[in-house]
Design a protein around this ligand. Structure first.
Ligand code: ASP
Length: 309
C-alpha cells in the first residue's frame, strides 16, 4: 500500500500578543486535531482524498476560531463574504465560489460546483442562486457574529484600511483554513476556505478560491493550500508554482515549497505559508510568518501539530 496522509492549516501568522491565552491555545490545538483526525480516518478507511479534505475543512469552517465559515471576518459593509475552492488532482476537476454570504459551509458549495455544474468558478449572486438549487440552507447573520471580529472591524470600519484576521500590521494572523491529502491510491486533493480580510470592500477576492493561486492539486506533482496576504499569492500564482517547480524543474516537494515561500514570495514582499502533499504522501508545511496553525498525519507514522515555529 502507498503512503497516504493529510495536512491541514488554520492560517499563517500569530494572534496579537496578549490575546493568546493557554486556554485559547488549547482550543486551537483541539480544533486542529479533530479536523486532522477526522480527515485521516477517511483515508485510513480507504476513502478518497477529495472526501478527506472536504471533511477536514468543514470541521474548521464550523468553529468560530478560524476565519472561514462561522468565524469569517466582517466586510466594510458589516457582512460576511466567503470564498472557497476544492480540486481533485486525479481529474484536475475543480470547483470554487467567491463572495457568498450566509452559506454555512462554502467548501461544500465549491464541491457542488465541481460535481454538479459544468463550471469551475461561481461568484456573488449567481453562486447564491446555484446554492439554492443544491439545497444549501442559509444561516442568519447571527450565526457568523463573533465579538472579537466585530471589535476588529469597529476599529478600522471608517478607514480605508483592510486588515488580515487579528492582524497588527506586519505578521498578523490570517485564519484561512485548508487541507491537502493523498489517499491510498496516490490520488491528491486540496481544499481552501476563507472569510478574506476585515473591512474588505469592492468585491475584493483573495487567492483562496483561485485555482492555481491559493489552491491546486495534480497527481503528477502535489496538492497545495495557501494562507497569507492574498494579493501576493495571486501575483505569485503560488500553488501552481509549487507544482511547476516539481514538474518542470524536477524539484522535490520540500524543495519546491521552500523555494516559493522562503524565496519567490518574499521577493515580492508576500507573507504567509502553505501546506502541500505529493502523490507519495510526503508532506511539507513552510511559512515565513511567526507561526502557522497546522497539523498533519501520515500512514508512515508521522503526526504533527503546531502553531509557532
Ligand atoms: N489568503 C486569504 C485572503 O487573502 C487570507 C488568509 O490566508 O487568511 O483572502
Amino acid at each position: 500500500m502507498k503512503t497516504y496522509g493529510i495536512a491541514i492549516h488554520g492560517g499563517a501568522g500569530t494572534l496579537v500578543k496578549g490575546l493568546m491565552t493557554p486556554k485559547l491555545e488549547s482550543q486551537y490545538l483541539k480544533a486542529l486535531k479533530k479536523a486532522r483526525n477526522e480527515g485521516y480516518k477517511i483515508l485510513e478507511n480507504g476513502g478518497s482524498s477529495v472526501d478527506a479534505v472536504e471533511k477536514a475543512v468543514v470541521l474548521l469552517e464550523n468553529t468560530p476560531l478560524f476565519n472561514a465559515g462561522k468565524g469569517s471576518v466582517f466586510t466594510a459593509e458589516g457582512t460576511h463574504e466567503m470564498d472557497a475552492a476544492i480540486m481533485d488532482g486525479t481529474t484536475l476537476n475543480a470547483g470554487a465560489v467567491s463572495l457568498v454570504t450566509g452559506i454555512k459551509n462554502p467548501v461544500v458549495l465549491a464541491r457542488d460546483v465541481m460535481d454538479n455544474s459544468y463550471h469551475v468558478f461561481l461568484a456573488g449572486e449567481g453562486a447564491m442562486q446555484f446554492a439554492r438549487t443544491q439545497g444549501h440552507i442559509l444561516e442568519t447573520p447571527d450565526y457568523f457574529y463573533d465579538e472579537v471580529r466585530y471589535q476588529q472591524w469597529q476599529g478600522i470600519k471608517d478607514s480605508e484600511t483592510f486588515q488580515l484576521d487579528h492582524s497588527v500590521k506586519k505578521d498578523g494572523k490570517f485564519g484561512t483554513v485548508g487541507a491537502v491529502a493523498c489517499d491510498q491510491n496516490g490520488h491528491v486533493a486540496a481544499a481552501t476556505s476563507t472569510g478574506g480580510m476585515t473591512n474588505k470592500k469592492w468585491g475584493r477576492v483573495g487567492d483562496s478560491p483561485m485555482i492555481g493561486a491559493g489552491n491546486y492539486a495534480n497527481n503528477k506533482t502535489c496538492a497545495v493550500s495557501c494562507t497569507g496576504s492574498g494579493e501576493f499569492f495571486i501575483r505569485g500564482v503560488v500553488a501552481y508554482d509549487v507544482s511547476c517547480l516539481m514538474e518542470f524543474k524536477g524539484m522535490t516537494l520540500k524543495q519546491a515549497a521552500d523555494e516559493v515561500i522562503h524565496k519567490r514570495i518574499l521577493e515580492i514582499k508576500g507573507d504567509g505559508g502553505l501546506i502541500a502533499i505529493d502523490a507519495n504522501g510526503n508532506i511539507s508545511m513552510p511559512f515565513n510568518t511567526e507561526g502557522m496553525y497546522r497539523a498533519s498525519q501520515s500512514s508512515n507514522g508521522e503526526k504533527t501539530i503546531g502553531i509557532y515555529k
